[in-house]
Design a protein around this ligand. Sequence first.
Ligand code: PEP
Ligand code: CO
Length: 408
Amino acid sequence: MQPPSSSAGFAELRPWEGTPAAQQPEWREHAAHHEICQRLASAPPLVTTAEIQRLRWSLSRLMTADALVLQLGDCAESFYECAAPHVSEKLRVIDRLGDRFSDLTGQTVIRIGRMGGQFAKPRSQATERHGELTIPSFRGHMINSEIATPVTRKPDPRRMLWAYEASDKVQRVMRTHRQRHGRMPAMDGPWSSHEALVIDYETRLVRRDPDTGDLHLTSTHLPWVGERTRHPAGAHVALLSSVANPVGCKVGPTATPDDILRLCEALNPQREPGRLILIPRMGRNLIREVLPPIVRRVANAGYPVIWLGDPMHGNTVISRLGLKTRYLADVITEALRFRDIIEESRQHAAGLHIEVAAGDVTECIGGSVESEDDLPRHYTSLCDPRLNVDQATELIEAWVKGSATGRS
Ligand code: PEP
Ligand code: CO
């Protein structure tokens, strides 16, 4: 590890201050809030600037190096699955799927886990009903508990510190794994990523690199902005636009070409390759109308974008039993349509962003999970339904085989 770099950047430059921040927990009145924020502001970085720069360099070479990206992991990471055995199991899955993708395509696959900090969830509904009770929704272990009572769902800022400690454990195992298993000396990861959602937490982990003077978000290698917080004038975009990490941004079905151009301008004004990953997640039907004009506009404007398809978040349905699920067939259809649309505009379809569990879960329908009746067998997700490894393998194989033309 490099020596802890200065946190002075936080005090000097806070472009995210005064901008509206969507999806934030209401916890400022909590007695521990101020102290937790201070402790985070002086905590050592969780990832090093050298690692962040290494990933950014790998991503910048993506198009010329004939490389792909596979970003995968839990929808919501759990505090209870951060010990070394859990992390190793997740890394085994990343390796297995990354190797399969690489073997089938003959290309290097940059592997990025949704892990080491994926503890905060945006929610469409602030509350949910449990019988007679209306209680706050679960927002990830950084904010509250999945246990459904009014007390355990109250946002607790001390969870930010627990998230920092849990992330540290995961990052250490990932670092050892990169050093031991570096196929192309540490070019292809596995790197960490998460949605940079909780502004109190993320802004306290911005550090200035003493050598270059650049600000880095040291909570993860690759932070992304979610669909619900990607407002170009909002705090999340302001935060990510001020740091030198490679950054991602989800692009949902309500996005217009103008919206996305504004985001490109905010997040990658210098038009540097390897800086910005756009992640469409539109749903298998809407993607056909919504994505093509966006890709054309971005390409015509000359922004170098890494296009990564998230074929999961636009295809969530509620089963008869009330469980959230996704049909693998829908996921495959959107993935192939994504690839076709990107390639029709002569852009590089760089790969996939998917939710995959390390265990043999039954959360999505497809393969051995034949129908909705099979879902309760092993449904353990804290949030969205994840593919199991067999289902994810089928998706990767379908992607490699090709075109969605003719799929209905
Ligand atoms: C997610 O990736 O889990 C997520 C919430 O995605 P989105 O912002 O695209 O809805
Ligand atoms: Co999700």
